[in-house]
Design a protein around this ligand. Structure first.
Ligand code: ZN
Length: 132
């Protein structure tokens, strides 16, 4: 499954709807998903963070609780890209060895490194205190 072809809900589209003030007031939106001919309703909570000029709304992933600008519909469930393991089309092209064996692992390594760096940053400052 690829991000581009998976049905999705975006907070941007939601804000453009005439019903947005009511959605904003209730703090959640009900999404109707059709699964095998029957309709399932799924409730998606909204999260807000306050920025300098007002607030920024996000969708809360019902699986992991993270805040997202897009949620995806798959097999009657709602979730984020990470929960559904969705790849972008470029990452998922089957015949492309370079992308599969070089680009995607490199991207993963960068992500791991950046999370390690954040941890290390904390350690470095405490070590610096030790020297001083
Ligand atoms: Zn998630």
């Amino acid at each position: 499954m690829v991000v581009e072809t998976t049905p999705r809900i975006s907070i941007r589209d939601l804000r453009r709807q005439p019903s947005w003030p009511a959605i904003r007031a209730s703090g959640a939106v009900d999404v109707e998903i059709e699964v095998d001919g029957s309709v399932v309703t799924s409730r998606i909570e909204l999260l807000f963070n306050f920025v300098r000029f007002g607030e920024r709304p996000w969708l809360k992933c019902p699986c992991c609780g993270s805040r997202r600008s897009h949620l995806f519909l798959r097999d009657g469930h709602v979730g984020c890209r990470r929960c559904f393991n969705l790849l972008y089309r470029e990452q998922a092209i089957p015949g492309c060895r370079w992308k599969r064996e070089v680009a995607v692992p490199a991207l993963r390594a960068t992500r791991q490194k950046s999370s390690k760096r954040q941890r290390r940053r904390g350690k470095t400052s405490s070590r610096a205190h030790g020297i001083a």
